[in-house]
Design a binder for this molecule. Structure first.
Ligand code: OFO
Length: 169
């Protein structure tokens, strides 16, 4: 495996691992703040990020590289409110999209078309990821604070609707 590609994929492994930690922390906050549905959504999201991390780990190892499992920084533990949580989800997903795009750019530069093909799954996934976060933020704006109870009940049905054979993560 090309060294530069191995390096950037290992950076992505760390980012996916942090994504999982971040959503786990948000889920835990939601669970202890009385938002059962939102907590479930975020716990599922955390699991999906772990699967993203594993996809990268297996790919690096199967291609003759060495996946590095590094320490992860502690994510924020408290959030202002539900809107703050989902704004943070969107900002984080936009950051992940940018880093996936960097991988695509490097694959083109290095003419690594095998990794380019592998990473296409993540390019498509990020469209879904950002879309899901924006849909929830839009709904939050419409509902207002007093109706958060309704969103909390509704959020898992939104998740199912956002999964065209893929996942939201
Ligand atoms: Fe949220 O897509 Fe992976 O990180």
């Amino acid at each position: 495996m090309i060294k530069n590609i191995e390096k950037i994929l290992n950076v992505q492994i760390e980012k996916e691992s942090y994504s999982s930690h971040l959503y786990l922390s948000m889920a835990s906050w939601a669970e202890t703040s009385g938002y059962e549905g939102i907590a479930k959504w975020l716990y599922i999201q955390a699991e999906e990020e772990r699967l993203h991390m594993l996809k990268f780990i297996h790919y690096v190892n199967e291609r003759g590289g060495k996946a590095i499992i590094s320490a992860i920084k502690t994510p924020p533990a408290t959030f202002k409110d539900v809107a703050d949580v989902f704004q943070s989800v969107l900002i984080h997903e936009e950051f992940i999209t940018a880093s996936i795009n960097e991988i695509v750019a490097l694959c083109n530069l290095e003419k690594d078309f095998t990794t380019l093909n592998f990473v296409q799954w993540f390019v498509a996934e990020q469209i879904q990821e950002e879309k899901s976060a924006r849909a929830i933020i839009d709904k939050l704006k419409l509902l207002g604070k007093q109706n958060l109870y309704v969103l909390d009940k509704d959020i898992l049905t939104m998740r199912a609707a956002a999964e065209p054979g893929g996942g939201v993560a």
